[in-house]
Design a protein around this ligand. Sequence first.
Ligand SMILES: [Zn+2]
Length: 158
Amino acid sequence: MPSGKVHAAMTFSVATGVLAPYAIVQLNGNPYLYVAGNLVGLLVTPDLDLNNDNYSHYLIRKIFYPAYWIWKIIWKPYNLLIPHRSPISHFPLLGTLLRIGYVFLLLNLFNLLFSLVSDTVSFVWVWDTWFFLGLAHVDTIHFLADNLIKSKEQFGNE
Ligand SMILES: [Zn+2]
């Protein structure tokens, strides 16, 4: 039988999986952007702070191999600067905001380089609260799983 911590993590996952759609309906939110945030959260995961590949690298390698190398290069400075499981990469909302900021920093640096050859300079920024909440939801479950589930033995048949 799983431990109380594993039960707590599973209960949280199910409860938020039920509450999130309810909140979207009640608050007239955008379910498509929320789910898009969930799916992007599978790729832009807190574990991008690992020096080794993580599940997002595996997914991208499976989908389109050349994109794997681009993905590695994009996230290399992030994983060099941030220690694995640091609160700034893993803590709910904080880690999500950090990765969003990192992506927009890179986009704006790329945009600045592009502006050297084109004449237009513009700041790149897009925000959608429901997309952000979708991202934050999966990041929070990731954080809880990292902290509550310490080993595979917790899933054993006790
Ligand atoms: Zn993690």
